[in-house]
Design a protein around this ligand. Structure first.
Ligand code: DGJ
Length: 691
């Protein structure tokens, strides 16, 4: 519950280690006071008493100090809120009061008929502050040009470093760190989905290491276009502003009586370094974002790399039999089972089984898979349509389009306009019918192209499509989950194109990347782990050489140990694996099941980054720990260093159940664990249990 100071205008939200404090001045300005280690309300009042800088004609005393800078008045920073009412732009708000309850603080402001509420929530046992804003319009129509979820303000430090996750298709979530210089760094997506190019997350530090030092992190829960701007202001203050939409050219038109709620922008402070920040984010997501995160995800098989579009019931049955023999628990039929979908040129939109491939529908295959002791899953891409489909022929106006303009048909497909009620209703009926027609346990929900010609000719304010598409997607997922609670969902967008706290609130795992090369994956997984837990990070073992990406040849061991760092899956053509390979795979799957609780629910320690030689991660849960180590290439005269473990008790001893070797905790922590890795692309799994 937020604490309120005696002055009645200063609030402090506190978690186990962190506090966040804001203050409304006598003049009604909402100022940021503190984000960092725990403080008391009295400390916050003392901070509030510090005078603002003097007012000078070329500087604003408010800049860099406000919680949520609105447009207008003596402000020169990027506005978080930009509105237009008739011909008037900007906001002049007055403070109306506060409310608190259910762990949430609400600060109410008003500008004419528009009520603006800033929401703050610190979830129990976490140091994550969730922030969002609601606009309730009781006056004439207001055009919301921009409504960010929050502006975060950092304390004064000598310098700041910005971490971000950039990438592209097949090479997502690459971590980069660079010094922040005066001006702005802007990341985001203007593609209509979260994007492969940036994850909506930043971290700021002023000299942290992997296991120590202050780290501030911010992550947005939104699966459409978005923007996070990090500004180093002239007086060296840093502000981070983020929300839905990339440009400021208009988000929504709020008619009288209408409301808008921004997505949540979550912030975390820790002094536990980058590793501590990741563990705090992971714990928060497992506790408050990911549905049913206490339940471990099954080992899956996915048919995509094995069979592509060329699928049949007989061939899928054969794959299922081999997968079951490996110990796979969930069998997923990927693209190609529906409509006229024999390639990427047709069928999207027609969500009924292809009669030549599945003459009796999916139920017989689902029954066979269940009889083999596995769950049954299918692939869908509901937001898309091929022009060559019955759906498009019946409803050509259901797609996003700009009349009289050329349109982009990436992968021969168009984006359906989910802002339309009739489109959402159609998809609901199709998907609800599909999930009722066969015992489906799992849906891989794909999204394989960006928005390009995002028009909506019949609507008076077509711009809203960008936001309403995402809200439509969320509503559809929520409705399907409520109607089919036994079905788990995977978020996929050509791999990792839609991974964020918004979609993770309604899906059970994500497809991390289409790139299944086990070495490339180490870098992708390293970046992914900065913010998201292994519990949602799907990773498949596929064939070698890796035909889809870089043709690299790697051992089954290396491929398995790479994929075992997340939710293990198998995606190779098992009908072509040797008996020896299948036997080895069975052993790896069995080992994964033993370490799965640690990987999926444990604390992650990144022991060494995947740069060049030896890299490793460690998971700790209760009395057990497991180390996954990978050697990229060994050079003579450069022995692999010992891995200094983390999260152990120095006074305890730990035993490896496979070898019986016993290690002292203090030795593992200080001198490290020696792992015998040789040659190129070698890997190892070392389990240790407290004696
Ligand atoms: C892109 C996904 O990332 C792949 O795994 C696969 O599902 C294809 N789409 C199918 O078209």
């Amino acid at each position: 519950m937020p604490d309120i100071a005696e002055d009645g205008r200063t609030w402090v939200l506190s978690g186990p280690a962190a506090s966040y404090a804001v203050h409304v001045t006598e003049g009604g300005e909402l100022l940021h006071l503190h984000w960092g280690p725990r403080i008391t309300p009295a400390d916050a009042v003392a901070l509030a008493a510090r005078p603002l800088p003097a007012c000078r004609p070329f500087e604003s005393p408010l800049d860099g100090r406000e919680e949520y800078p609105v447009e207008g008045g003596p402000r020169f920073v990027r506005p978080a809120l930009s509105l237009r009412t008739g011909t008037r732009r900007g906001t002049e708000w007055t403070y109306e009061g506060h409310e608190s309850g259910d762990g949430e603080l609400r600060l109410h402001f008003r500008d004419g008929g528009l009520a603006i509420t800033l929401h703050y929530r610190m979830r129990p046992s976490t140091d994550v502050v969730e922030r969002w804003v609601t606009l309730d319009n009781h006056g004439p129509a207001v055009e919301v040009l921009r409504a960010d979820s929050a502006t975060w303000t950092l304390p004064d430090r000598d310098s700041w470093r910005l971490s971000r996750l950039h990438g592209r298709w097949g090479a997502e979530s690459r971590l980069t760190r660079s010094e922040l210089t005066h001006g702005e760094e802007v990341i985001g997506s203007r593609r209509g989905h979260t994007s492969h190019q940036h994850l909506p997350w930043v971290a700021l530090d002023s000299g942290a290491g992997e296991e120590s030092g202050e780290v501030y992190g911010c992550a947005l829960g939104w699966s459409g276009s978005w923007r996070i701007a990090v500004a180093l202001l002239p007086d060296a203050r840093v502000q981070i502003t983020g929300g839905a939409g990339y440009d400021d050219s208009g988000l929504l038109l709020l008619g009288p009586g209408e409301s808008y709620t921004t997505p949540v922008f979550a912030g975390l402070w820790t002094d536990g370094g980058f590793g501590g920040a990741s563990r705090a984010w992971h714990a928060y997501q497992r506790a408050y974002v990911i549905p049913d995160a206490g339940r471990d995800r099954p080992v899956l098989f996915n048919s995509w790399e094995a069979t592509g579009f060329d699928i049949s019931e007989r061939q899928q049955r054969a794959l299922a039999e081999r997968a079951a023999a490996l110990g796979v628990e969930l069998f997923v039929v990927d693209d190609g089972w529906f409509g006229a979908r024999t390639g990427d040129g047709a069928g999207l939109g027609d969500w009924t089984p292809n009669p030549d491939r599945f003459p009796d529908g999916l139920a017989p295959l689902a029954a066979h898979v269940h009889a083999l002791g596995m769950q049954f899953g299918i692939w869908v891409e509901p937001e898309m349509v091929n022009p060559d489909s019955d759906l498009y022929r019946a409803h050509p106006d259901w797609v996003q389009y700009q009349p009289g303009r050329k349109r982009t048909e990436f992968r021969n497909q168009l984006v359906l306009n989910l802002a339309r009620e009739d489109v959402r209703q159609y998809l609901w009926e199709q998907l609800d019918g599909l999930l009722s027609s066969a015992p489906v346990d799992y849906v891989k929900w794909d999204f394989n192209r960006c928005f390009t010609d995002a028009g909506w000719p019949q609507d008076p304010y077509p711009q809203r499509l960008w936001v309403d598409h995402v809200r439509g997607l969320y509503a559809l997922l929520d409705r399907l989950r409520a109607a089919h609670p036994q079905v788990a969902f995977e978020s996929c967008s050509g791999g990792g194109g839609r991974i964020d706290l918004g979609v993770l609130g309604r899906t059970d795992q994500v497809w991390t990347s289409d790139n299944t090369d086990p070495l490339d994956r180490l870098a992708i997984q390293y970046g992914f782990s900065q913010i998201h837990p292994a519990r949602v990070m799907a990773a498949w073992v596929t064939d070698s050489p890796n035909a889809m990406f870089n043709h690299r040849t790697s051992s089954l061991k290396f491929r398995f140990v790479s994929a075992m760092a997340g939710v293990l899956g198998v995606g190779g053509d098992l009908t072509r694996w040797s008996e020896e390979g299948l036997a080895q795979a069975r052993d790896w799957v069995a080992l994964y099941k033993q370490i799965r609780p640690l990987v999926q629910r444990g604390d992650l320690y990144r022991l060494r980054p995947p740069q060049g030689g030896l890299s490793a991660v460690q998971y700790v849960l209760g009395d057990e720990t497991v180390v996954l180590a990978w050697l990229q290439a060994q050079r003579f005269g450069e022995p692999a260093p010992a891995l200094r473990l983390r999260g152990l008790n120095p006074t305890e001893t730990y035993e490896c159940p496979e070898t019986g070797e016993v290690h002292r905790g203090a030795v593992l922590l200080h001198h490290g664990l020696r792992v015998d890795l040789r040659g190129d692309l070698d890997a190892a799994v070392v389990r240790l249990k407290r004696k």
